[in-house]
Design a protein around this ligand. Structure first.
Ligand code: SF4
Ligand code: SF4
Length: 445
């Protein structure tokens, strides 16, 4: 059972800088289906608008609602998650041919399926093959995902579609010029192709992670014809959008963008990129919404066949600036359901489901907003480690979680948060930081 406690506050006397005010922006999502309460509170623009107020957590990650707040009850938020599954759910039983919708990826002009495919750690060849058969034409992988490039290449060799009918993106983890050039050659060999459509630098969240020699290397990759277009992936687009545009090297950006992460934090960056003609690829679009790998809940979301991801992708695609999305998928039924996101409307039932799931994961899922308060005396990169843990807990991908954790410096891997009686880091969005880090260390260290 879901219950929510609402406390009315005044935006003028309760500045958004407060912890509780910050918490609101992820609660605001309820406004859309609760007609009277609240608009949107925009801390960036300073527009304080009446809003939903703090949601407090009870044990088990649930929230509690003051029953006097009838709007929420009327909106159906007190329903169990299972009852929020859309009545027209078809799952994998549907025999209707799935409709693939293609979008243009910025000024690259590439026509990409609005739902692409994230070829992450240990992709399942049968699912990738089915995606090719169905017309998915955008595939994103990386040198960092173990042998994913060669597994993908094995599927391509089956000749389901010609190479020139699909778009392949992969990424380099390197910063030095020679390494980036070598990485591209290694990737081409692993992929069994002589060019990639998009060549990214992987996970760059600060401009210092892209030194001048990396820019030179990327430009050289494009000039050689081995990479048609260039980009980088990042978790903090707000911090990187100006650098991206100013560098004049990159054609696309791959960024975190999802309901649980919150468009609030990323919309401004997405708008700027779109205005500059950059292609935008949304990643982490279903993380937190699969309902498959959640731990620590008494009552996990009970949507059939993971309708959370379907609703989540539909929501992302409501933004026309998003060219494509790259969910990681491990089952054919999951793929076939997610494909529907390209042609089905985002419904009130979708919104309710996302709201409920979002609140359930609140203490567990880091939204990568980079607004943690405080500093760890031991130098713990909190957001990074919480992200690695999310690969396991929300995407079921232990390999990816472990590989990322192992790349941390040894002095960080050796930190044990259990040695601290309390954590110096406070999350204004309700993440139980110390508990989550302790779990990451138990699981991955
Ligand atoms: S832990 Fe930090 S980055 Fe993650 S949601 Fe909380 S404030 Fe944002
Ligand atoms: S609990 Fe962990 S993150 Fe928090 S202060 Fe201690 S070592 Fe740092």
């Amino acid at each position: 059972m879901i219950t929510v406690l609402i406390q009315k506050t005044d935006p003028d006397t309760d500045p958004d800088k407060s912890e509780l005010g910050t918490l609101n922006r992820f609660s605001m999502t309820a406004t859309v289906f609760s007609s009277k309460v609240i608009g949107a509170a925009n801390r960036e623009s300073g527009q304080g608008i009446p809003r939903i107020d703090p949601i407090f957590f009870e044990k088990g990650g649930h929230v509690s609602l003051n029953p006097s707040r009838r709007q929420f009850l009327q909106a159906g938020l007190a329903l169990p998650a299972a009852s929020l599954v859309s009545p027209n759910f078809q799952g994998s039983a549907s025999t209707a041919p799935p409709k693939i919708v293609y979008r243009t990826l910025g000024k690259t002009g590439l026509k990409v399926s609005a739902m692409g495919y994230g070829i992450g750690f240990k992709p399942v060849p049968e699912v990738v093959a089915r995606a090719l058969e169905l017309g998915i034409n955008y595939f994103d992988t990386s040198r960092d995902y173990g042998d994913s490039e060669s597994i993908f290449a094995g599927v391509l060799k089956k000749g389901i579609v010609p190479r020139n009918k699909i778009h392949i993106a992969t990424k380099s983890p390197s910063r030095k010029k020679a390494d980036i050039l070598n990485d591209l050659d290694t990737s081409l060999k692993a992929l069994g192709t002589d060019y990639v459509d998009i060549w990214h630098l992987h996970a760059r969240d600060t401009p210092s992670a892209i030194p001048d020699e990396a820019l030179e290397a990327m430009a050289a990759c494009k000039k050689s014809g081995k990479a048609r277009f260039l980009g980088f992936s990042c978790h903090d687009p707000k911090n990187m959008v100006d650098f991206h545009i100013k560098s004049e090297v990159f054609d696309v950006m791959q960024t975190t963008y999802s309901w649980p992460i919150g468009s609030y934090y990323r919309d401004e960056a997405v708008k700027k990129l779109a205005a500059a003609g950059k292609g935008i690829i949304a990643m982490k679009v279903v993380v937190g919404l699969t309902g498959l790998h959640l731990k620590g809940f008494d009552n996990p979301p009970a949507s059939k066949e993971q309708e959370g991801p379907l609703a989540g992708i539909k929501w992302v695609l409501k933004n026309p600036a998003i060219g494509t999305t790259v969910p990681f998928m491990q089952k054919v039924s999951e793929l076939e359901m997610n494909i529907r996101a390209m042609s089905e409307d985002f419904t009130p039932a979708d919104e309710k489901l996302l709201y409920v799931m979002n609140e359930q994961i609140r203490p567990l899922y880091c939204r990568m907003c980079y607004e943690c308060k405080g500093e760890c005396p031991k130098g713990m990169p909190v957001t990074d480690v919480l992200r690695y843990l999310a690969y396991n807990d929300f995407a079921g991908n232990y390999h990816q979680a472990l590989a990322n954790f192992r790349n941390l410096p040894s002095e960080i891997r050796e930190v044990r948060c259990s040695d601290c009686s309390s954590c110096a880091i406070k999350c204004p969005n309700g993440v139980a930081v110390r508990d989550r880090l302790m779990r990451a260390q138990q699981l991955l260290a």
